[in-house]
Design a protein around this ligand. Structure first.
Ligand code: FAD
Ligand code: NAI
Length: 471
C-alpha cells in the first residue's frame, strides 16, 4: 500500500493539471492513468492530447496550408504549380506534436514530484477517513483526498456501432492513412465540422447528417446562419433535420436516412465518422463501492466546487456537468487542488469560451441574443465586420464579424460572439473583459493596437453605443 495526500484518477487536462497544482501546494500526489497509445504504450494527456484538441488542430493547420496554397496564394501574386501533399507526413507531424506534449507531461510530473501510475484505477473502499484505490499492475494506493478526472468517451449510434474501420470515432478519423473519397459524418457539431473540414480540404467529398433542424443551435443565430453558408460554399454538404434509419457496412458504408420532409434517402460512403457527442466515463470505476452518485446521464454528481457527496472526493472535467472542454477541465482541476489546500478555489462556468477551429473560426463567451431575449434581459448590441478591418484585408480573410452584447441599463458585457480570422485568440479579450465585469464602454475606451484584428472588437464595443468610427 502506498500512501498519498491526493490520488488523481485520470491524466487528461483535468487530472494532470489538478495533480501538478496540488503538488505545487505541497501535497504528496499520485496520478493514475490507463491511456495506451497506438503502440500500446502509456501516454499521458487523456483525450485532449492523444486524440482530441492537439492532433485535430495539427491536421487543421496542415490541411489549411494546402487550401491556402491551392486557392489563396494566387491573390498575393504567388503561383504554385503541381502542388502535392503526403498524408503520411501530415500524420507523422501530428503524431510528433502529440508525443512531444505527452512526454512533456511526464517531465512536468517529474519536476513537480507527482508520482505517475499507468493502469486502470478502481475504488476498493475506505480505511477510516482514507480511500483505498486499486491500480492494475501496481500496489494499491491510499489517500485522504481523491480527484476523479476520468473524462468521456465517444457516444456510439445504436444503428451503427464503431467498428474501427468503416464506422469510426475521432481517434480513427484523426489517423486515416488515405483520404477517403466519400466521407459521411453523422453529427454537425464541433468534431463533425472540424474533422469534416480537415478531410474536405484534403479532397474528400464530405456529407454531414445532422438530427437537429437548426445548424449550431447553441451559437449566436446570425453566426450560425453565416457559418452554414460559408461551410456550404466550401463544399461541405450539410443536411439538417435528418433521422438515421439504418447503417450497413461491407464494400462500402450505406446510410439510410429520412430527410426533414420525411422522404427516405441513401448515402453511400467509404468511411463514416460518428460524432454525436460524448458520454461521461464513469463506469468501471468502482464508484458504487464508496457510494459515488451519478446523474441520469452517467455523470458524477458534483456541486459548484466539484465536490461529490462523499467527504474529500472531487470530480472534474468531462465526467461531470458543464461543457466538455479541456480548459474547463483544467480550471476545475486548479480549483479543486486549491480547495483541498484550504484556499478559495473558483471556476465560473459562465465564462468558459466555446471555440470551433474550422474556417471561419467561431468563438463565443457568455449569452447569445436568443438566450437574452428568452430570459427577458434588456440588452444593446454592437457589431463590426472584419471586412472593414485593415489587418483582415491584409490577411485576405475578411469573412465574419464581432458582436458584443451589453446590458441595456448597466452596460455590463453579457456576451461576445466572433466569427472570422483568429476568433479563437480574439475571444480571450471578451473572456478577460467579462471576468473583470467590464462594460462595453471599458472596452471602447481601451487603446487597441493598429492594424490588428483586435480593432474589430474595439469597434464592436464602440458600436454598442452607436459610435463606430470605420463604418
Ligand atoms: P480526458 O481528457 O478524457 O482524460 C481522462 C483520462 O482518464 C484518460 O486518459 C483516460 O484514459 C483516463 N481514465 C479513465 N478512467 C480511468 C481509470 N479508471 N483509471 C485510470 N485512468 C482512467 N476541448 C477543447 O477545449 N478544445 C479543443 O480544441 C478540443 N478539441 C477536441 C477534439 C476532439 C476530436 C475531441 C474528441 C475532443 C476535443 N476537446 C476539445 C474536448 C477535450 O478533449 C475534453 O474536454 C478534455 O480532454 C476533457 O478532459 P478530462 O481531463 O476531463 O478527460
Ligand atoms: P457535439 O455535441 O458538438 O455535436 C454532436 C452533434 O450530433 C449535435 O449537433 C447533435 O445534434 C448531433 N446528433 C446527436 N445525435 C444524432 C443522431 N442520432 N443523428 C444525427 N445527429 C445527431 O459533439 P461532438 O462533435 O461529438 O464533440 C464532442 C465534444 O467534444 C463536444 O461536446 C465538445 O465539447 C468537444 N470538442 C470540442 C472541440 C473544440 O473545443 N474546438 C472540438 C471537438 C470536440
Amino acid at each position: 500500500m502506498a500512501d498519498f495526500d491526493v490520488v488523481v484518477i485520470g491524466a487528461g487536462p483535468g487530472g494532470y493539471v489538478a495533480a501538478i497544482r496540488a503538488a505545487q501546494l505541497g501535497m504528496k500526489v499520485a496520478c493514475v492513468d490507463d491511456w495506451l497509445n497506438a503502440q500500446g504504450k502509456p501516454s499521458l494527456g487523456g483525450t485532449c492530447l492523444n486524440v482530441g484538441c492537439i492532433p485535430s488542430k495539427a491536421l487543421l493547420e496542415s490541411s489549411e496550408n494546402l487550401e491556402k496554397i491551392s486557392h489563396d496564394f494566387a491573390a498575393h501574386g504567388i503561383t504554385a504549380t503541381d502542388v502535392k501533399f503526403d498524408v503520411s507526413k501530415m500524420l507523422a507531424r501530428k503524431d510528433k506534436i502529440v508525443s512531444d506534449f505527452t512526454g512533456g507531461i511526464a517531465m512536468l510530473f517529474k519536476k513537480n514530484k507527482v508520482t505517475a501510475f499507468a493502469g486502470k484505477a478502481t475504488f476498493q473502499g475506505k480505511e477510516g477517513a482514507q480511500y483505498v484505490i486499486a491500480v492494475q499492475g501496481s500496489e494499491p494506493l491510499r489517500a485522504k483526498h481523491v480527484i476523479v478526472a476520468t473524462g468521456s468517451v465517444p457516444r456510439a449510434l445504436p444503428a451503427a456501432p464503431f467498428d474501427g474501420k468503416q464506422v469510426v470515432d475521432n481517434s480513427v478519423a484523426l489517423a486515416f492513412s488515405e483520404v477517403p473519397k466519400r466521407l459521411a459524418i453523422i453529427g454537425a457539431g464541433v468534431i463533425g465540422l472540424e474533422l469534416g473540414s480537415v478531410w474536405r480540404r484534403l479532397g474528400s467529398e464530405v456529407t454531414i447528417l445532422e438530427a437537429m433542424p437548426a445548424f449550431l443551435p447553441m451559437a449566436d443565430e446570425q453566426v450560425a446562419k453565416d457559418a452554414l453558408k460559408s461551410f456550404s460554399k466550401q463544399g461541405l454538404k450539410i443536411q439538417l433535420g435528418v433521422q438515421i434509419e439504418r447503417v450497413s457496412t461491407g464494400k462500402e458504408v450505406v446510410i439510410t436516412w429520412k430527410d426533414a420532409q420525411g422522404a427516405m434517402q441513401e448515402l453511400v460512403a467509404d468511411k463514416l465518422i460518428v460524432a454525436i457527442g460524448r458520454v461521461a466515463n464513469s463506469s468501471g470505476l468502482g464508484g458504487e463501492k464508496i457510494g459515488l452518485k451519478l446523474d441520469q446521464a452517467g455523470r458524477i454528481e458534483v456541486d459548484a466546487h466539484c465536490k461529490t457527496g462523499l467527504p474529500n472526493v472531487y470530480a472534474i472535467g468531462d465526467v461531470v456537468r458543464g461543457p466538455m472542454l479541456a480548459h474547463k477541465a483544467s480550471e476545475e482541476g486548479v480549483m479543486v487542488a486549491e480547495i483541498i489546500a484550504g484556499q478559495a478555489g473558483h471556476c465560473d462556468l459562465n465564462l468558459v469560451p466555446s471555440i470551433m477551429y474550422a474556417t471561419p473560426e467561431i468563438a463565443w463567451v457568455g449569452k447569445t441574443e436568443q438566450q437574452l431575449k428568452k430570459d427577458g434581459v434588456p440588452y444593446k448590441a454592437g457589431q463590426f465586420p472584419f471586412m472593414a478591418n485593415g489587418r483582415a484585408r491584409a490577411l485576405g480573410d475578411t469573412s465574419g464579424f464581432v458582436k458584443i452584447l451589453a446590458h441595456a441599463a448597466t452596460d455590463r458585457i453579457l456576451g461576445v460572439h466572433i466569427m472570422g480570422p483568429m476568433a479563437s485568440e480574439l475571444i480571450q479579450q471578451g473572456v478577460t473583459a467579462m471576468a473583470y465585469a467590464a462594460s462595453s464602454e471599458d472596452l471602447a475606451r481601451t487603446i487597441h493596437g493598429h492594424p490588428t484584428l483586435s480593432e474589430v472588437i474595439h469597434e464592436a464595443a464602440l458600436g454598442v453605443d452607436k459610435r463606430t468610427i470605420h463604418i
